[in-house]
Design a protein around this ligand. Sequence first.
Ligand code: IPD
Ligand code: CA
Ligand code: CA
Length: 277
Amino acid sequence: MLMDTIEREILSNHLKSWILQAGKLIRDKINDPRIISFKSNPNDLVTEMDKEVERYFAKKINEFYPDHLLLGEEGYGHEEFNKKDTIWIIDPIDGTMNFVHQKQNFAISLAVYHQGVGEIGYIYDVMNNTLYGALRGNGAFKNDVKLLPLTNESITLNQSVIAFSHRLLMKNRFINEKYMQQLTEDVRGIRSYGSAAIGLARVAEGALDAYITMRLEPWDIAAGRIIVEEVGGIITNASGKEIGLLERSSVIATHPDLHSILVKKYLQKGLKRNRRK
Ligand code: IPD
Ligand code: CA
Ligand code: CA
């Protein structure tokens, strides 16, 4: 059963006030000395702030919604999930490298899925104090201003601005770089933000026409997916298939006019064997 409207409204108000508070916590400490650790490699950073923010949400959920589950990047949540559960999916700081090096261009990404359906998604660009959000079926907004449906304007590939990492233009294990080089020639511009959540929010607001990436975790995608879909954007894996809620996946999020051409002409052809997810 889908979540009822009033229940979702109350939940959304909680999410919103907590995410704004967590953002303030980060801003207040932005110039404090950082303790940085490395995760899978020396470029995969985590700080005490990532952990503190996730703990903050874990505590709130535990206090107000003890029967809800949490999937969080830093591991303060649960480990097993059932399709019937109400699951909060949190990336406490998406764009930790930006957080550490730039002190900006990072976001808190927070979503609630109920029985596998995305109900509420929020992406908070903390230093710009910009909150993107969506409630299923109610459209998406940016700081309380409703975002326009992407279908209001049509777009062609040669007029488009798209985002992906420069690494895909070099030899890499995911995709034949020639296809990404050709794509670079075929579009108007390429951008790279260093935060998946911000990339997805930019697609939803029409500032980017597509965002492509080869490997994201569920917490990178969960909120952005709801927001992008609420404005009529398309989000799938790089082969054009649906992304499972709890799976690691490649992602392409686009204006609806561009999904098919990007998947068929570049991604499907370029993807390396056994990288079709
Ligand atoms: C990372 C950012 C980055 C993306 C990486 C993510 P993190 O998240 O979203 O843009 O390319 O794949 O892991 O580690 O800063 O939360
Ligand atoms: Ca992330
Ligand atoms: Ca993170």
